[in-house]
Structure formats: C-alpha cells, structure tokens
Design a binder for this molecule. Structure first.
Ligand code: PLP
Length: 418
C-alpha cells in the first residue's frame, strides 16, 4: 500500500515557516478589549505589557523625549559601531554593576535591539542548534519564539515549591538533566519582577541558586542569563542580586539582558544590551568577538539615535537626575496599583506569588481559559496561561483594581465549578 500524503496548499515557504502564527495571542486579546471599549462598554484591559497612565495613555518620560531630540542629526544618522558606542556600553555596565566595581571591570557587552536582541544573542552564542535553554515553568512566551526561530528549544522546571517559594531543588534537577543530555546549559532567569508572575527572588533564594550554578559549572559549560527587563520597578532589596555574581563566575559566565524599554518608558527606540561577566580576559575577548559577529550576522548595528540618547541619560548628571525623578513618579504610580492589588487579593482570598513590584502578577486557577473567558464576560481582560492568568497592573489604574480583583475571584470560582 502506498503511504497517504496529506495534501498541503502550495507555498513557497520552507515547511517549518509555512504554519507559523503571525499574530501574538496577547495582541489579539488587546484588540478585542479595544473594540468593545470603542463600542461604549466599560472595559478593564489588563493584558498589555506597557506602563499606562491612569487615563489609559502610554506613560512616557519627557526627559527621554528631550534627550532623543538633543542628539545631533549627523551623529544619529551615522552607523553605530557594530558592538554599539563604547560610551553606551560603559554606561550600561556601570548602570548594572556600579562604576569602578570589580564586576564592571570583568564585563564585556554588545548593544542589542532591546532585551529581545540580547536574548537572541544568548541563545545563538551559548547553545548549539537543537539544544534547549532552561527556564522557569512560567515564562515570557517570546523565549519560546526566539528559541524556535533560532532552531533551539525551551525546557522548564517547576518555578515554585509547595511553600510558594522559588524551587531551587527543581532548578538543580532540571539543570543536571540538561547537562547530562547536552553537555552544556544556558539558563534564563527573569528577576526581579518576573513576567508573568511578578516574583522576585530574595537573597536566600539567590544564595541557593548561586550554589547550584557553581556546582553545575564544574561539570559543564554554563551560562546564567539574568533578564533584567523590569528590574527598575523592583523593591530596593531585589537590586542586591549582583553581590552573588562574583560567587558564580568562573567557570560559569553570567549574562545580563539589559533594556531601556521599561526603565526609560521607551519601547519604540529598541535600545538594549547583552552583558557577559567573566574574570578571564581571554574568555572575555572571545565572548566580545562572538557577540560582535552575532550583531553583524543579524542586525549589523542598532538604532544610533536611541543609543546616543540613552547614553546621555545614563551619563550626563542633569539629564540623569531628571530621568530618575520622572522614573520615580512612574514607580510610585505602579506601586500604588501593586499595593491595591495585594490588599484586595488578600481580602478575596486569591492565590498568587509574592508580589512586591513590577508590571505583572499571576493569579493561580484550575482552568485559566475558563477564568479569562468568565472575566471577559464582565469586561475585564487578562491573559490565560497554563495554571494561572496574567494580570497587567502596568495598564490598570488603581481605581479599577477592586473591580479587577472581583472579576478574578468570580473567574477562579467559575473554573472550580466544573
Ligand atoms: C521578560 C521579558 N524579557 C525581555 C523583554 C524584552 O523587551 P524589549 O525587547 O522591548 O526590551 C520583555 C518585554 O516585554 C519581557 O517581558
């Protein structure tokens, strides 16, 4: 008998590209929320990952807009160096590790289009095709897209243990499994203010994680990437993670995905960087060369206007002070929502991870699709995940939080009724 061939419509695309989803499910939900709001319904749209003012307009920092306007036209129009301007790279490294610090001296970097570009370079530079990166069971969906597009995969470990804390034992098991199988590992860790759960590792969790990384790195090449996308919105204590870096590097490398998207409320300029910390100068040089090659082989060079403006905001004292003041207002706006959420959620008995700041929190539910659908009937939009719904406090005014939490409680109850 001849084998059955499933007929496919004719396409010029390679087979792996022919079945791709073009739309992001979150943007589709947002479109529905906007359509219903335009039709006159009262809608709470907690789907999108950008910080909104209470009136629903995008929050921007005037200091950033001014810095963009002040960049000399001919400098902006010229190609940026492949790695990004040296002053930009220095400013970002100092922003993460502190000017003059030992870690800053052990760091090389390359400019990337946002944090997304940094994640891409990590995947293609520290994993072979076919290998898997390791991340938490809840993770930002584009990790999967970036990996798949680069012909790598994603594996996860349970993010939380029975007590609702970061599951260090689960992490170690996942890491061991991967090292056993592929002889190397790349870990993506999004903290503080994890998207989508809102979780920030505390100092004890960082210490335990660093122990695991140190032990595992004796067995195989290991890169730990800290995705700092929302770090500026974390609690002051959550910023202390850098003290664990020196205990992990050598032989492991610690990578940092840095982005101006959230910390400067400047998503559109696409300014970011990938940092790599290692005490060995030869390893740093190899790494820097590999990153330059990766830049040339993907986007050549980044948006020069954005790089120059962000450099000014990080290094010119007056511009920096103004940006910090404007950012403090945005952090205050978000904190008000976080506090309102924690208060109302406790009252309603919602189950969610520890949430001290950041754009998102997740609420656990037995059936996320059903919870989100029930909430949509009440005009409240959240994003269904596996086992939880993601709530974007960044786009929800504090005055709407009681309604949001009421809908969440009803949605979780609806899921349990089945
Ligand atoms: C967890 C996480 N990492 C990285 C990014 C990268 O963002 P961008 O490429 O805009 O800097 C985002 C953006 O939403 C994110 O949520």
């Amino acid at each position: 008998m001849s084998p059955t061939v499933t007929p496919t419509p004719p396409t010029n695309l390679i087979p792996s590209a022919a079945g791709r989803r073009g739309d992001d499910p979150i943007f589709a939900l947002n479109a529905e929320a906007q359509r219903r709001a335009r039709a006159g319904e009262s809608i709470v749209n907690a789907t999108l990952g950008a910080l909104m003012e209470d009136d629903g307009t995008l929050a921007v920092m005037p200091a950033v807009i001014d810095a963009l306007a002040r960049v000399p036209a001919r400098q902006a129009a010229a190609y940026a160096p492949i790695h990004g301007d040296a002053a930009f790279l220095r400013a970002v490294v100092d922003d993460v590790f502190g000017a003059g610090s030992a870690l800053a001296a052990q760091t090389v970097a390359a400019a990337t289009p946002g944090g997304t570009g940094a994640l891409h370079h990590a995947v293609t530079t520290w994993l072979e095709p076919g290998q898997a990166l390791l991340t938490t069971s809840f993770f930002w969906g584009p990790y999967q897209t970036i990996a798949t597009h680069a012909r790598r995969t994603v594996e996860t470990f349970a993010m939380f243990d029975g007590a609702g804390r970061f599951d260090v034992a689960g992490f170690e098991q996942g890491l061991e499994r991967l090292i056993e199988r592929q002889g190397r590992a790349l870990v993506f860790l999004n903290t503080p203010c994890h998207n989508p759960t809102g979780y920030s590792l505390d100092d004890a969790e960082w210490s335990a994680l660093a122990d695991v990384v140190r032990r595992a790195s004796e067995r195989a090449p290991l890169a730990l990437l800290v995705d700092l996308a929302y770090a500026r919105f974390g609690s002051p204590a959550s910023q202390a993670w850098t003290r664990h870096v020196a205990t992990m590097v050598d032989p492991a490398v610690v990578l940092v995905a840095w982005t101006a998207s959230k910390s400067f409320a400047q998503y559109g300029a696409r300014v970011g960087a990938l940092l790599a910390v290692h005490p060995d100068a030869a390893e740093r040089e190899r790494t820097s060369n590999a990153l330059g090659f990766a830049c040339r082989g993907t986007w050549s060079n980044c948006n020069h206007l954005g790089l120059l403006a962000i450099t000014a905001l990080l290094t010119e004292p007056a511009a920096r002070a103004r940006a910090e003041e404007e950012r403090a207002r945005l952090i205050g706006l978000l904190d008000e929502r976080v506090q309102a959420f924690n208060r109302e959620a406790a009252r309603a008995g919602l189950r969610h991870p520890r949430y001290e700041g950041g754009f998102f929190v997740s609420v656990f539910t037995a059936d996320a699709e059903r919870t989100a659908a029930s909430m949509r009937e009440q005009g409240v939009f959240v994003v269904p995940l596996e086992g939880a719904v993601r709530v974007a406090l960044c786009s929800t005014a504090a005055r709407d939080v009681p309604r949001l939490v009421g809908a969440l409680a009803a949605g979780v109850a609806a899921a349990e009724e089945r």
